[in-house]
Structure formats: structure tokens, C-alpha cells
Design a binder for this molecule. Structure first.
Ligand SMILES: [Zn+2]
Ligand SMILES: [Zn+2]
Ligand SMILES: [Zn+2]
Length: 213
């Protein structure tokens, strides 16, 4: 689900961070951040923030349930779209009638729009499984696009984000901010702190303890 959010580093009384497109709610991105902070990056939150913020200036499509030790190498949340067909070796788009310039009439070919080559795009399931563990950023990969985007409290309002995760490596905490619609003022959006997670020793029920929006 597209739930836009921000992964941020605490900076004095403020914060600065990167955009993250998919599954930004606490059960999604929040859980992945806590799992990394208490697992592979336990005691090394600066290492975690280096990857999440410094190394990927254009931000993230998704890191949810991905392995951060793997380098982001492609830009697509659906890996089947970037894997060539095991039947013909061609890419996904080559199989769709509507993707062909000057397609012979009539449209579509026999079997339908997905059968331009006489069969449907058939990616190797093992390759889909392998790629499904890779994090996906907006700065590394086939559609290279390195526009840096730093989100701060001042620019947050223009991003349509719903959650912000502010990690403070000095005290090993993560504050979760959530956007809500003020009662009686449906066109006015505001932010509140849903809670702060102790990343050194998170409570077993840290997720349930967060306030609801
Ligand atoms: Zn094919
Ligand atoms: Zn066709
Ligand atoms: Zn990147």
C-alpha cells in the first residue's frame, strides 16, 4: 500500500531525512526499522542511518521486509517487471500489444493484450524470489535518477507523507510522528508524536503502545 513516510535523523531540536514510498505505517516501515536497529545494526545506528539517509540521497521506494545488506540495484517494487522472460529472453514490455509502436491492426493479438509474442511474460520464479529481498531506492538502478531530496519539518507539508520516523543515535531512540486531520477542520493537517521507541531495549509491545492517529 502506498503510505508515504520519512526516515529521519535527529538534528538538534529538528530532524532531516529521506522519503519512503510504500507501507510507511508503523506495522510496515516502523517494524522494519526496529528489526534492523535491534538486529543487524544493534549498537550501530549511525551505520543504519548512513545507509538509509547518506548513501541514498533520492530516497526509497521500499525497504520494508528487505535485506539492507544487499545493495539496491534496480528501481521497481515489482521485480517481475525487470526480469526477462524464460521463454523468449525478452523484457516484460515486449509481451504487451499496447507497448508496441505501430502495432499491426487489429489490436490486440490473438489471446489478448498480454500475448503479443503468443505467450505471457514468464519470469523465473527463483529470480523473483531472489530480487524480492533487495531494498529499492530512487537513486541506484536502471532508471537512474539521482535527484537529492531532503525532507525537514519545514518541507514536510509538501510531501503528502503520513508518518515520520526520527532516529536519534545519541540516545538510541526512534520517535514516531503521525499526521492527522484536525476535528472540525478537515482541510487542515497537523502532526503529533505517537510515541518514542527505545531502540536499545524496545518493549515487546512497542507497536501496541504507539498512539493511534
Ligand atoms: Zn516471453
Ligand atoms: Zn500484439
Ligand atoms: Zn540509491
Amino acid at each position: 500500500m502506498s503510505t508515504r513516510s520519512v526516515i529521519a535523523r535527529k538534528d538538534g531540536n529538528s530532524w532531516a531525512g529521506r522519503f519512503h514510498h510504500w507501507d510507511g505505517y508503523p506495522e510496515g516501515l516502523g517494524k522494519t526499522l526496529v528489526e534492523n536497529a535491534t538486529g543487524p545494526f544493534a549498537g550501530n545506528l549511525e551505520g543504519l542511518l548512513k545507509i538509509l539517509i547518506d548513501d541514498h540521497p533520492a530516497g526509497w521506494d521500499t525497504i520494508v521486509d528487505r535485506d539492507l545488506s544487499l545493495p539496491p540495484t534496480y528501481r521497481a517494487a515489482s521485480p517481475e517487471n525487470v526480469i526477462n522472460c524464460i521463454l523468449c529472453g525478452k523484457n516484460s514490455l515486449a509481451h504487451f500489444c499496447q507497448e508496441q509502436k505501430n502495432h499491426p491492426q487489429p489490436l490486440p493479438c490473438a489471446g489478448g493484450y498480454a500475448f503479443h509474442l503468443g505467450h505471457q511474460h514468464t519470469p523465473d520464479p527463483a529470480e523473483i524470489e531472489r530480487l524480492s529481498h533487495f531494498p529499492v531506492c530512487y537513486c541506484h538502478g536502471k532508471e537512474y535518477d539521482t535527484e537529492e531530496q531532503t525532507i525537514t519539518p519545514e518541507t514536510l507539508g509538501e510531501t503528502w507523507c503520513e508518518y515520520v520516523y526520527v532516529i536519534d543515535p545519541a540516545v538510541q531512540t526512534m520517535e514516531v510522528l503521525g499526521e492527522f486531520i484536525s476535528k472540525g477542520e478537515p482541510d487542515k493537517l497537523a502532526w503529533k508524536s505517537l510515541g518514542t521507541v527505545n531502540l536499545a531495549h524496545p518493549a515487546a509491545d512497542w507497536l501496541e503502545k504507539l498512539a493511534q492517529i
